[in-house]
Design a protein around this ligand. Sequence first.
Ligand SMILES: Nc1nc2c(ncn2[C@@H]2O[C@H](COP(=O)(O)OP(=O)(O)O)[C@@H](O)[C@H]2O)c(=O)[nH]1
Ligand SMILES: [Mg+2]
Length: 198
Amino acid sequence: MNTLYHKAVFTLSAPNLTSTPKDTGREVAFAGRSNAGKSSALNTLTRQKSLARTSKTPGRTQLLNFFELNESLRFVDLPGYGYAKVPERVKREWHELMESYLKERTSLYGIILVMDIRHPLSEFDWQMIEWCDHEQKPLHILLTKADKMNFGAAKNVLFQVQGELAERDMDVSLQLFSSLKKMGVEDVHHLLDSWFQA
Ligand SMILES: Nc1nc2c(ncn2[C@@H]2O[C@H](COP(=O)(O)OP(=O)(O)O)[C@@H](O)[C@H]2O)c(=O)[nH]1
Ligand SMILES: [Mg+2]
């Protein structure tokens, strides 16, 4: 099924739920803090250099970006969060948009939560984890930029995060990932295969 992911094409950017593509078929959403490495992960998984824009300066626009894989399957790049300089009003809007998207979007099958392995489980990550738990949506965590640490240290973070999730009774899967080194790509593809076919 890998070729399916390589076929992703940008569909549209939606500032609210009413302007999203028709709520049919199945979609998988990518969430994460600004700068976590979400766009890079999307580009790596689709083997496209600039499908989702990557940048060093965290974006301020709160848009849901849709990418079509075929007539019934989609990826969604959710607006980044946790950017300290964003005004209170924008934070509130992000909160409302995310909450209603996760609650109301019937075609949303599961969420891939991207975390920088050096800064895992922020307050915003926990918010996302709790929403998914509440809405009973499958959640998979990518601890990305794993290339920034040696393998032993990265494994330690993985176990530590796994422990914290278990402590809060969260049924979440997780793995190491690196867009730079193309690490963990096959595992994500296998997971996506199961989400899209289940
Ligand atoms: N070393 C390394 N850097 C990465 C990786 N993924 C992303 N980055 C860098 O982290 C920064 C933010 O990445 P981006 O994908 O734009 O993050 P986003 O805001 O979550 O979409 C950019 O400078 C990327 O080049 C990775 O796996 N390894
Ligand atoms: Mg991005």
